[in-house]
Design a protein around this ligand. Structure first.
Ligand code: UGA
Length: 430
C-alpha cells in the first residue's frame, strides 16, 4: 500500500522505515531539509538498533523515500500518518502547532478524501477537534488515533513486535483500511484493539502515567528503605514474583527522563486539573521524580564532601542506554548543576556526548573513555547503565582517581564488589 508519514523523528522514522520493510511503499516527509538530504544518503539523525539496515535496504528497493515536499506526500497517499512532536507549553499542556500545520496542509492540498492516522501523542478530545478543522470546508476526510508505544533504544523491535495496536476511530471504513496495514502484525498474533478516538488518546496517557508511577513507586520505596536501613532491591525481589505486580519498570534510580514520561505526565496532570478531575497518582509520580534529582545532588555532595572545587566524573549522558537522546537526561541536568555549584565536571558517554555540546561545551571536560572521565576525580557518578560499563576494570579505575567515592545512580553495580577494591559505594535505596 502507498503510505505517507509526516515527521521523521523517533516515531516517524521508525514507523516509515518499518512499514516499508513489511511491504508498503512509504514516503517520509519532514520540513528539515538538511535532515531529509542526509536521510536520502542513508545518514540517520538518531541512533537506534537495526534502523540503519532497514532504511538502507528499503531505499535501495525503492520502497522508502524522503522528501521535504509535503504537497507531494499528501497527494501521493490515501493514508497519512502524523508523527510530529507535541512539546509542552509553559503551562504544562501540549503545543499542537506542528500537528495543526499538517492538518491545514492536508485540508489545502488533498484532492481526494484522506485518512489521517494520528501517532503524535495528543490529549483526549484533540482528534475530534482536528477532524472538525480538517473538514471545515465540507471535505470528508477521516482521522484515526493510533498511539505509539515504542521505546527508544529498542524502537524497531517494539514496532515490529508490539504488545498491542490500538485503533481509535469514529467510523469503520477507515478503521478497516488501517487494519489491513497491520495485517502482517495480526498474522503473528498481535492484538489489534478497536476503540473510540477518546479511548485511544486516553490509553496512551494511561500507559505512560502508569509506567512513570511504577518507577516513582520503586524510587519512593528506595528513599524509605534508605531511612529504615532496608535494601530496596531485596524488597523489590520480595514483591516482583507476585504476577500481579511483575518485575518491569521497578528499577530504582535517579528518576525517569526522556522525551516522553516527563512531558506526558506534566501534560496529563495539567489536563486533569483543567477538567477538575485531579490526576493525583500522576502528580505524585512527578513529585517523586523531582525529589530523586534532589536526592542525586545530595548523594554526590555528601560523597564528595561538598561540591565547590571538587572534580566529579559522570558516566552516562543519554537519558537511558542504547540511545543518544539527552532530552530530560539526569546526567546532563546533574553535570549542569554541579558546574553551576563550583565543581569541575568530566563526562563520558558512548553515544550522546555530541548532542550535549550546545548545552555543556566549555563548562565540562569531555572524555574519550570512562577512565579519563574519572582521572583525578574525587567522585565518580554513574547516570546511565550502558552495557559497556560492565567492561570497566575497577582496580584500574580506582588507581586513576584522586578520591574513592562511587555514586551509582542506576544501582548497576554490586556495592560489596566495588568496596572490595577500595571504593566507597553509594547506590539508590541499597
Ligand atoms: C516510553 C514508554 O516506555 C514507551 O512505551 C512509550 O511509547 C514512549 O515512552 C513514548 O511515549 O513515546 P522511552 O521514553 O523511550 O519510552 O523510555 P523508557 O524505556 O520507558 O524509559 C523512560 C525513563 O524511565 C528512562 O529514563 C529510564 O531510565 C527510566 N526507568 C525505566 C527507570 O528509572 N526505571 C525503570 O525501571 C524503567
Amino acid at each position: 500500500m502507498q503510505l505517507t508519514v509526516i515527521g521523521t523523528g523517533y516515531v516517524g522514522l521508525v514507523t516509515g522505515a518499518c512499514l516499508a520493510d513489511v511491504g508498503n511503499d512509504v514516503i517520509c516527509v519532514d520540513i528539515d531539509k538538511a535532515k531529509i538530504t542526509k536521510l536520502q544518503r542513508n545518514i540517520l539523525p538518531i541512533s537506534e538498533p537495526g534502523l540503519q539496515d532497514i532504511v538502507e535496504r528499503c531505499q535501495a528497493d525503492s520502497r522508502l523515500s524522503f522528501t521535504v515536499n509535503i504537497a507531494e506526500g499528501v497527494k501521493a497517499s490515501e493514508i497519512i500518518f502524523i508523527c510530529v512532536g507535541t512539546p509542552n507549553t509553559n503551562t504544562g499542556t501540549i503545543n499542537l502547532d506542528a500537528v495543526k500545520t499538517i492538518i491545514k496542509y492536508v485540508r489545502e492540498q488533498a484532492t481526494s478524501p484522506k485518512i489521517v492516522v494520528m501517532k503524535s501523542t495528543v490529549l483526549p478530545g484533540t482528534n475530534a477537534k482536528l477532524l472538525d478543522m480538517l473538514n471545515a470546508e465540507g471535505a470528508s476526510h477521516t482521522i484515526l488515533s493510533n498511539p505509539e508505544f515504542l521505546r527508544e533504544g529498542c524502537a524497531v523491535k517494539d514496532f515490529m513486535e508490539p504488545d498491542r495496536v490500538l485503533i481509535g476511530h469514529h467510523e469503520n471504513v477507515s478503521m478497516l483500511k488501517l487494519y489491513k496495514i497491520y495485517a502482517a502484525f495480526i498474522a503473528i498474533g498481535v492484538p489489534v484493539i478497536n476503540m473510540s478516538l477518546e479511548d485511544a488518546e486516553m490509553a496512551k496517557y494511561a500507559a505512560n502515567c502508569f509506567l512513570a508511577m511504577k518507577i516513582s513507586y520503586a524510587n519512593q520505596l528506595a528513599m524509605i528503605c534508605e531511612t529504615v536501613g532496608a535494601d530496596v532491591l531485596k524488597v523489590l525481589e520480595g514483591i516482583k514474583h507476585d504476577a500481579r505486580i511483575g518485575d518491569q519498570f521497578l528499577n530504582p534510580g535517579f528518576g525517569y527522563g526522556g522525551s516522553c514520561f516527563p512531558k506526558d505526565i506534566e501534560a496529563f496532570v495539567a489536563f486533569a486539573q483543567n477538567i477538575d478531575c485531579p490526576a493525583t497518582f500522576a502528580e505524585a509520580a512527578k513529585l517523586v521524580n523531582y525529589n530523586m534529582f534532589k536526592l542525586a545532588v545530595e548523594k554526590v555532595r555528601e560523597a564528595s564532601g561538598g561540591l565547590k572545587g571538587k572534580t566529579i566524573g559522570i558516566l552516562g549522558l543519554a537519558f537511558k542506554p542504547e540511545t543518544d537522546d539527552i532530552r530530560h537526561s539526569i546526567g546532563v541536568h546533574l553535570a549542569d548543576y554541579l558546574v553551576s555549584h563550583g565543581a569541575r565536571v568530566q563526562v563520558y558517554d558512548p553515544e550522546a556526548m555530541k548532542n550535549t555540546w550546545g548545552l555543556l561545551r566549555g563548562a565540562v571536560t569531555y572524555a574519550n573513555d570512562p577512565y579519563t572521565a574519572a582521572d583525578c576525580a574525587d567522585t565518580l557518578v554513574l547516570c546511565t547503565e550502558w552495557d559497556e560499563f560492565n567492561e570497566i576494570n575497577w582496580v584500574e579505575m580506582k588507581s586513576v582517581m584522586k578520591g574513592c567515592a562511587f555514586v551509582d545512580g542506576r544501582n548497576m553495580f554490586d556495592g560489596k564488589t566495588l568496596e572490595s577494591v577500595g571504593f566507597k559505594y553509594t547506590g539508590v535505596g541499597v
